[in-house]
Design a protein around this ligand. Sequence first.
Ligand code: HEC
Length: 251
Amino acid sequence: MKKLILGLFMTVLPALTMAAAPTVPLDTMEPDHTNKPSLQRGAALFTNYCLGCHSLEYARYMRVADDLEIPREMYEENLIFTGAKIGELIEIGMDKSEAADWFGNAPPDLTLVSRVRGEDWLYSYFRAFYKDEGRPLGVNNAVFENVGMPHVLTNMQGLCAVPPKIGTNPSVDPLSGDVRGTDICGEWAIEGTMEPVEFNRAMYDLTNFLSYMGDPVKVERERLGILVLIFVAIFFVFAYLLNREYWKDVH
Ligand code: HEC
């Protein structure tokens, strides 16, 4: 009995730890790994703005190119700046201990970040930077307090003068269904090149890409799952008929 109770406790333990997750209010986003154009735009954004500091060292360029349906030569020409071969892992040259000196913390690898933080957190975090002269880099983040990362997308988003309102404006864009809280900033310190709606879409793509990174076989797994269920359903008919045949003479 004791063992049974212990067993039950161990089963619910992971659920309990998950429930203790974020305390900051977040905007939500629904990832879609079948939306290849969105993933391609996300990959381009990541390569241009993030790969200088963050590696994706558990993934290979080739795999990403194939999954995202980007021809390998095109990927090699446009999305690999380090001279790496298409078959290599997506690593970077930045020295971790030096980076920790510059930013306070070293930029972590982001291959599995969507599994750790969740998509809603990422989507909110990317949009939550604001001006804060008290911080070493002049910016802070409403979702990740006292973050060491600079606001690398200032030219696109602009820089909000006050903490942006994340998770307080649950409006859904009727056109796309996924863009929420477009007017999160009350006052801009620097104007960006993108409208808030455009920037939200770009951050949707970036988050979608990182979500794919954390679970690259999701689409295939779900496709196979359906095939397996169809097989089981068909097999059931034959198993049932066979069963009936076997037991026919017993009663
Ligand atoms: C100049 C270097 C630099 C660039 C460029 C950069 N980051 Fe960062 N990033 C950091 C540092 C440093 C941290 C660690 C911050 C901390 O722990 O205080 C970080 C943290 C993060 C985190 C939080 C990780 C975690 O779970 O704690 C995410 C997510 C992230 N970055 C995503 C991005 C994305 C996406 C881009 C591109 C748009 C990007 N970063 C560009 C330096 C950078």
